[in-house]
Unconditional design. Structure first.
Lengths: 134, 422
């Protein structure tokens, strides 16, 4: 079963507490964690894909404008409370394993090495196949 | 995009030949050298070498001996470098290396007399492995597919699939599973694992032979090929015959199962002229011969049910009382609420939708099923039969929200929309 784990960073804290503003040692600890975590997923035969995403400063909202031309607004949706910082696509045997990995990702080390406890949204990936029973 | 596979240069007949020979070659090499994990790598290299060289050089006179020889040479090379490595380590410790013998090259006459396909299947489908690992290892070691092909079929990166395979091999090594037939006491359970893995491979291919993922039809062919191989080796086993029959009788409906836009068409609405008569005849003959022999198992019963459906010229000719009786037997064999769910449909067809709904009401308390989309989907269908449109729409929508399958979601949503319009 494939799942997407989405790492949600609190938008209110972005300006003062985003990764880029942490002390170098904390950044390194965080990125070391990510590297290890990704390698573990590969070693376990569960890795599909992972990406880190550009922050709110780089985000645009796009509507179809006149004649379908893009109408562009800066930043995330005004009502957003979180920003999608990155995601993993994984292929695991059970939903419980997906939740376990999400909890691990949530506990990624933050400033001072303390677990971030960021909320991770776990989405099953819709399949283009039927669901199993012949 | 995936890199082009080396096997694509080969004509189809040679590719089939390679797949046919893969388990026999592996069996011979494991017999000669032991060490399943290393032998599997060596055979994989031999298969690749064949795929690269045969298109230009032509298929050798004895392709099996050729492959065994190449794989054996790889094994010897591996052993030599392993010995050299150990010797270097030993010298660093200033110890005299023990006199170690490099295995002599194999004599072809001694090798490859047995067909070890079954031994390999028992090993690759061992219950210590999770289904996903057993599937990957079986497709590679017994099916002769490359890691890239398997990764492609299961839509994961090649490195991930390679890791899944190597972990499976490691697990087999660690658990000390011997390369031998299981004892009589455990043989039934072990054969059940083999059949289950083949069933899962078939299902993965069959369920997804829709739209853009046509390449997964290969999994159907592979599962059928392996099931046929097991049937040849165990011609008297009823469940082996049952599984092969079930695959044939299910695959027979493949062309009728989806519409022009890839939409799902349920059994009752399929154009039965599109069903493959040859596959149906073969499946029916198999299951008809197996059933009277006794020792009936779940695959035989599922095949029998599929046969009853396939033999009905029109949907209204379906022998529902017989299907109901078969589901009753199946329910007694397996504690699986999915079986009861299917029986509820048969109950509705024989005794009316209200009786089917009564049976479903008892299932809602089963925690394995309470939130499952199929319970809601079957209930919706039975409400529709009973003429209770509002309840049917509500359950079709509930089922559509819960399924993780796009074609099923689309089917269920369109059923709800159709009924709402009336």
């Amino acid at each position: 079963m494939k799942y997407i784990l989405m790492m949600q960073f609190p938008l209110g804290a972005w300006k003062t507490q985003r990764f880029g503003l942490w002390p170098e040692q904390d950044q390194k600890r965080h990125y070391d964690f990510l590297k290890r975590f990704n390698q573990e997923l590969v070693d376990a035969g569960e890795f599909v894909r992972t990406e880190g995403l550009g922050g709110p400063e780089q985000m645009k909202i796009v509507h179809a404008g006149k004649n379908g031309a893009p109408a562009i607004t800066d930043g995330p949706f005004p009502e957003s409370k979180e920003v999608l910082a990155g995601y993993w696509a994984i292929d695991v045997e059970t939903p419980e394993r997906a939740y376990e990995l999400a909890a691990r990702a949530s506990a990624a080390p933050g400033p001072g090495g303390k677990p971030l406890n960021m909320p991770i949204e776990v989405h099953p990936v819709m399949m283009s196949s039927t669901s199993g029973e012949i | 995009m995936t890199a082009p596979l080396p096997t694509t240069k080969l004509p189809k007949t040679d590719e089939h030949l390679l797949r046919e020979l893969a388990p026999q070659v592996l069996g011979a090499v494991v017999r000669r050298y032991g060490n399943f994990a290393a032998a599997e790598d060596a055979v994989q290299e031999a298969l690749l070498a064949a795929a690269m060289q045969w298109p230009d050089a032509g298929v050798p006179d004895n392709p099996r001996a050729w492959l065994i020889q190449v794989a054996a040479r790889r094994m010897t090379d591996q052993l030599r470098s392993e010995i050299a490595r150990r010797r270097r380590e030993a010298e660093m410790l200033r110890q005299e290396p023990p006199e170690e013998q490099v295995a002599p090259p194999p004599e072809d006459a001694e090798l490859g007399e047995h067909d070890d396909t079954l031994l390999l299947l028992f090993m690759c489908c061992h219950p210590v492995l999770t289904p996903a690992s057993a599937i990957a290892l079986t497709l590679r070691a017994v099916g002769g597919l490359t890691t890239a092909e398997i990764a492609n079929a299961y839509l994961v990166p090649e490195a991930t699939m390679a890791q899944r395979i190597s972990r499976a091999k490691q697990k087999i090594k660690d658990s000390g599973v011997p390369f031998a037939m299981p004892t009589e006491r455990e043989s039934e359970e072990r054969l059940a694992s083999v059949l289950h893995v083949l069933y899962l491979i078939f299902n993965e291919g069959y369920a997804s032979s829709i739209g853009e993922e046509l390449q997964r039809g290969d999994l159907v062919r592979e599962a059928l090929r392996l099931a046929r191989a097991v049937r040849t080796l165990l011609p008297d086993d009823g469940e082996v015959a049952g599984l092969l029959a079930l695959m044939l009788l299910t695959d027979a409906r493949r062309d009728a199962r989806t519409g022009r836009d890839g939409e799902l068409i349920p059994l009752a609405q399929q154009d039965r002229t599109l069903w493959d008569r040859a596959l149906i005849d073969e499946g029916v003959a198999l299951i008809s011969a197996a059933l009277p022999r006794g020792s009936i198992g779940p695959y035989q019963l599922q095949a029998a049910i599929a046969a009853v459906h396939d033999e009905a010229q029109r949907v209204e000719d379906t022998d529902w009382p017989q299907i109901l009786a078969l589901y009753g037997l199946l329910e007694r064999l397996s504690d699986n609420p999915m079986v009861t769910l299917n029986r509820a449909v048969a109950v509705a067809m024989v005794h009316g939708p209200r009786s089917g709904l009564e049976l479903l009401a008892t299932l809602g308390r089963d925690s394995r099923l309470a939130d499952h989309y199929r319970l809601a989907a079957v209930r919706a269908h039975l409400y529709e039969m009973a003429g209770d449109v509002d309840a049917a729409v509500a359950d079709y929508l509930a089922a559509a929200r819960r399924t993780t399958s796009i074609p099923e979601r689309d089917y269920l949503s369109s059923q709800a929309a159709k009924l709402s319009r009336k």
